[in-house]
Structure formats: C-alpha cells, structure tokens
Design a protein around this ligand. Structure first.
Ligand code: FAD
Length: 321
C-alpha cells in the first residue's frame, strides 16, 4: 500500500502518525538482531518503516533484502531509500525493478551523501545530479506505481547558501511527483513550525513528517549535530552539559526531550513524526509511551508464528491507543 494514502487518511481524522527508520547492520548477527527488533517494534504501530541506502550504494543488496523481509515476512509497510550516488541509470533501473518484484511500493528518492572519504558529492556518468531528476525518472518509468517521498531540510541543506532557493528546490521535487516529505533531524521546534508554514505558503501541500532523532548518547549527538550543522537551542546544551558523562541520564533526557518536542509540534498543529531509531528499540518505545501513542508495554516479545499465513501474526493484545 502507498504510504501517502495512510498519511492522508490519518491527517483527515486528525490522528497522529509515526514511522521508524533503520539502517542495514554491518554483520550477519546484526541483521538477525534487526529482524527480531522489527518484529517486536511492529507492535508499536508504525505507519511504515524505512531502510537507508548506504552512501554510494554500499549496502544496496542488504537494503533491498531487509526491505523485502520487512514487507513480505513481517507485514510492515516498507519504504526503501534510493540515492543517485554512484548509481548510473541502469543500476537505478535494477534497484527499482527488484523493489517492485519484492512488493515494495514506497521509495524515498534522494541525491545521496558523498561516498565515505569523499569530501564532495559528484554526479556519476549516466546518472542524476539531484533528487528531483530521480523523482522525474521514477514517475516516467513507473507512472503511479510507486509512492515517492523526498527529503526536506528545515534549516536548509548544508550545501545550500540560500534557504529560500532550497525551499523552491523542495517544491520542484514535489511538483515532479513526490507524494510526501520526510525532514532532516532538528532540535528547534519553532524553527520547524516556521519552515512548515513557509512550505505551505509556497504551495507545498503534501504531508510532511518531522524527522525526530532522540539523543541516545552525548558523543553521538555531538557527532550528528556537527555533521549536519544542526542548530541546537542553548537550553538543550545547558541541560546536557552537567550529565554528559552519565550515559543513562543522557538517554533519559533524550527520551523526555523527544516527547516534549513532539508535544510542541502537535500543539503547533503537526501530526507526522518520523523516528530515526538508530536500530534501537527501547528509546522509541519510551517516547511513544510518553506521548500516549501506545499503551505501556513491559517488554516487547516476538509474535507467535502463524505458518498458515507464512508471516508473523499481529498480536492484538498490544495496539496503538
Ligand atoms: P537534493 O534535493 O538533490 O538537494 C541536494 C542539494 O542540491 C541541496 O543543496 C539543494 O539545495 C540543491 N539542489 C536541489 N535541486 C537542485 C537543482 N535543480 N539545481 C541545483 N541545485 C539543486 N543519504 C544516503 O546516502 N542514504 C540514505 O539512505 C539517506 N537517507 C536520508 C533520509 C532523510 C529523511 C534525509 C533528510 C536525508 C537522507 N540522506 C541519505 C542524506 C541525503 O542524501 C543528503 O542530505 C544529500 O546531501 C541530499 O539529498 P537530497 O535528496 O535532499 O538532495
């Protein structure tokens, strides 16, 4: 099913939605652990899950494999990321064909990050220069088969010196056929709400999901916000500084901060939340419980196997509230 239809139906009823992002693990054991986690986190009722595409296509086979398993074995509506980095058109074609064959109907179309070690992003021969070209191509080749999402940047993309122009490039992606937007992480909710208003003001009317990256560790937070040049409100720095060497205190702060951010966004009329899970389960669960999106769960256990359906069965005892 197309994710955009789920989002539109929820927003029509004024119902909040949430989704989870995962990345392909580096080891086979990591993949097995991720499958267990996907199965347990199914109970948290994400509208969909998505899986990243390693910079430069380094994880393409595994991304596809995880997407196929999540969609067909675990019954999770799945969105596959696809980037233009080192991807000539024939490779893009192959990835889209394989996604379609795997029953995946949702693609997050991205330009991509530079490959590891490269300072700048460079278009490959016979490839695309920007995400908008990828969106156009998918629409041209597959018409309406895929639901396409694109990335949005509340603080402007790091390569872009002109935020207004960046916003117009975002509109170009929507005009080219993108169905909804998922944003880059941010920690300033007022900035996000202003940006969302600006999107609406220039005619971007599709659903927007706010990218929420809970703080899981002090070093990880510093690394990520430095890499993405994210604006961090002074109040967050002040609260983190005295607890930065206490991992558990940082995690608890991260959970409460994400709950507060989502509540502020809801108060501003925003209903869509996309969690960067970093493949971790507990933090996301605690946030959803804190938001009262799901009932408290003592421990998420795997679902019973239902051989007649060839897939895991929904455990009706734990449901979003
Ligand atoms: P674009 O929309 O193409 O924009 C890239 C730059 O080009 C911007 O500066 C923009 O202002 C400019 N631009 C856009 N259109 C034009 C135009 N027509 N002419 C001139 N300039 C233009 N990276 C990965 O490698 N793998 C992933 O799985 C992944 N997942 C992501 C998920 C989300 C939700 C987000 C927000 C980012 C993700 N990224 C991922 C990172 C992303 O690839 C980078 O931020 C990348 O630098 C830009 O991708 P984009 O699709 O936003 O590019």
């Amino acid at each position: 099913m197309k994710v955009v239809h789920k989002l539109e139906a929820a927003f029509e009823e004024n119902r909040p939605v949430w989704s989870f992002e995962y990345f392909p693990p580096k080891t086979q054991q990591g993949v097995i652990n991720l499958y267990d986690r996907l199965e347990r986190m199914y109970k948290l009722g994400p509208e969909f899950i998505d899986v990243t595409w390693g910079a430069g296509g380094t994880t393409s086979d595994l991304t596809l494999e995880i997407c196929r398993t999540a969609q067909s074995v675990y019954g999770l509506e799945t969105c596959m990321h696809l980037t233009c980095t080192n991807m000539p058109v024939d490779k893009i074609d192959m990835a889209l064909r394989e996604a379609k064959d795997a029953g995946i109907q949702n693609i997050l179309a991205l330009r991509g990050d530079p490959p590891r070690g490269a300072a700048e992003w460079v278009k490959c021969d016979n490839g695309f220069a920007n995400a908008v070209d990828l969106v156009r191509y998918i629409r041209k080749q597959y018409d309406d088969y895929f639901c396409i999402s694109v990335a949005g940047y509340p603080e402007g993309h790091i390569d872009s010196e002109d935020k207004e122009q960046d916003l117009h490039f975002l509109k170009a992606k929507v005009d080219a056929g993108a169905d909804y937007i998922v944003t880059q992480l941010f920690y300033d909710t007022e900035l996000f709400l202003r940006w969302a208003d600006q999107c609406r003001a220039i005619g971007i009317n599709c659903p927007i999901l706010a990218g929420i990256m809970p703080i899981q560790s002090y070093n990880g937070f510093q690394r990520m916000t430095t890499l993405c040049k994210t604006a961090v409100p002074e109040a967050i720095h002040q609260k983190l500084e005295p607890i930065k060497d206490d991992d558990q205190a940082v995690k608890s702060f991260g959970v409460q901060l994400a709950i507060d951010m989502c509540n502020q966004l809801r108060a501003g009329g925003h209903l869509g939340f996309h969690f960067y899970t970093l493949n971790l389960e507990k933090t996301t669960r605690l946030i959803l419980e804190g938001l009262k999106f799901v009932a408290p769960v003592e421990k998420l256990r795997p679902l019973p196997w239902n051989p007649s359906k060839g897939r895991r069965r929904r455990d009706e005892s734990v449901r979003p509230i």
